[in-house]
Design a protein around this ligand. Structure first.
Ligand SMILES: [Zn+2]
Length: 437
């Protein structure tokens, strides 16, 4: 496989912090790792879950017009023929005859290898879907695919969701779930991986209202990134030109983020027209059209899709939050994660492990634990405990000291300003809650 050694100091530091603090590990690391597969550690799973929860709340709980769904990864193989993925979901692949490195033909200029200048093979088409077999016999009729997108699970359940929910067009179906693509050139940590988690929503509209809803969802999705704390100056729109459009799309805009490795797509908003529902209707003979009582009209709804990645969103929050600064002659690394998505909301420290301080700190820890994810740490100098929590992105550190024992106050240290205030123990839930909710 092609292995380009890219020099990206920021990403190198982030990958190392993620390992050190327990955000993300290489998959099967003790076996030497598996290419572009990553595991989320204790802090990583909290961060990713908080991001998914924020998306789910914004897309379903806070609205009346979107329903949730969790469809199976394995689907009837005919679905992927109907959707166009068996035929069309391919990349042109070339190999270098000299150094054997492999490239996507559409990503390189010219006919010679960018690594060694060697001659390249003719392009051959390569399907990006992972295949496996269902049942004990490995034969062609037993082939099933690992879904390359969650969207099709929504389309084939259109009527199943519509009927019991009693929704009326316009309405949407949202889903978070794993998808798989056998990418030829994965990379950049958790940016492009072969196994990934999507957060997709399909919004069904009258064909004459597609542009209105397309514009609406563009705005909503942009705002969500601001809500999880991403700096707006690091975001921009990219409109797909005709030649770039996927086979099903009439219009597509990407939200891009400025990574150290360039501006890259983090979410796509697509007008998929009636392509998918029409194709499934034709393939199955099941009528997926909708009778609109208000308009007294029967039609196949158009679909506006918003497609984001949970792993990509996690990476964006980490990259955007990462900062290094000099404090009193020392280098401080801090993750300025929004308190809403930070894995740990507060840490509780006894200043020293004696004089009754651990007992009070322990009591505070258990009280806060009923409301938030909190962390107890009594190891080492308090300054070092602060630094560890800075790297974990924890917004607040609460320290029990000598004064606590006299007046039931503690110091609350703010991660970003490093300022400390004294507060009553009884006020802590309110102070932290105001920031993290
Ligand atoms: Zn070569």
């Amino acid at each position: 496989m092609a292995k380009k050694i890219a020099v990206d100091p920021l990403m190198d530091k982030l990958v190392s912090l993620c390992k050190r603090r327990g955000f993300v590990f290489q998959s099967s690391e003790i076996y030497g790792g598996l290419g572009s597969c990553w595991d989320y550690g204790p802090l990583g799973v909290e961060l990713k879950n908080n991001i998914k929860r924020s998306w789910w709340e914004a897309m379903t709980h806070r609205r009346d017009d979107i329903e949730g769904l969790d469809a199976a990864i394995l689907m009837h193989p005919q679905v992927w023929i109907t959707s166009g993925h068996v035929e069309g979901f391919t990349d042109p692949l070339v190999d270098c005859k000299k150094c054997k490195h492999r490239f996507r033909a559409d990503q390189i200029d010219g006919k010679t290898c960018p690594d060694c200048g060697g001659e390249l093979t003719e392009p051959r088409m390569f399907n990006l879907m992972f295949k496996t077999f269902m049942g004990p016999v490995e034969e062609e009729s037993a082939v099933v695919y690992m879904r390359p997108e969650t969207a099709q699970g929504i389309y084939v359940n259109f009527l199943n969701v519509l009927q019991p929910s009693r929704q009326k067009v316009p309405f949407g179906i949202a889903q978070i779930g794993k998808a798989f693509r056998n990418e030829i050139t994965p990379g950049n940590f958790i940016f492009r991986t072969r196994e990934f988690e999507q957060m997709e929503m399909q919004f069904f509209v009258h064909p004459s209202e597609d542009q209105k809803w397309f514009d609406y969802w563009k705005e909503q999705r942009w705002n969500w990134y601001l809500e999880i704390g991403i700096r707006p100056e690091k975001l921009r729109w990219h409109e797909h030109e005709k030649a770039e459009l996927a086979h099903y799309a009439k219009a597509a805009y990407d939200i891009e983020y400025e990574f150290s490795f360039g501006w890259k797509e983090i979410e796509g908003i697509h007008n998929r027209t009636d392509f998918d529902l029409s194709r499934h209707t034709k393939a199955t003979g099941k009528d997926l059209s909708y009778f609109d009582q208000e308009r007294n009209e029967k039609y196949i709804p158009y679909i506006i899709e918003t497609s984001a990645g949970a792993d990509r969103s996690t990476l964006v929050t980490l990259v955007d939050a990462y900062a290094e600064e000099e404090v009193k002659g020392e280098n401080r690394v801090v993750l300025r994660l929004s308190p809403k998505i930070a894995p740990i909301k507060a840490a509780v420290f006894p200043l020293v492990k004696k004089d009754g301080m651990p007992e009070v700190a322990d009591k505070i820890y258990h009280e806060l634990k009923r409301h938030f994810k909190v962390f107890y740490d009594d190891g080492g100098a308090v300054g070092r405990r602060y630094r560890r929590m800075d790297e974990a992105g924890t917004p607040y550190c609460i320290t029990v000291d000598g004064q606590t024992l006299q007046d039931e106050t503690v110091t609350v240290r703010d991660r970003d300003t490093m300022e400390q205030t004294r507060n009553k123990i009884g006020e802590l839930v309110g102070i932290i809650g105001a920031k993290v909710k």
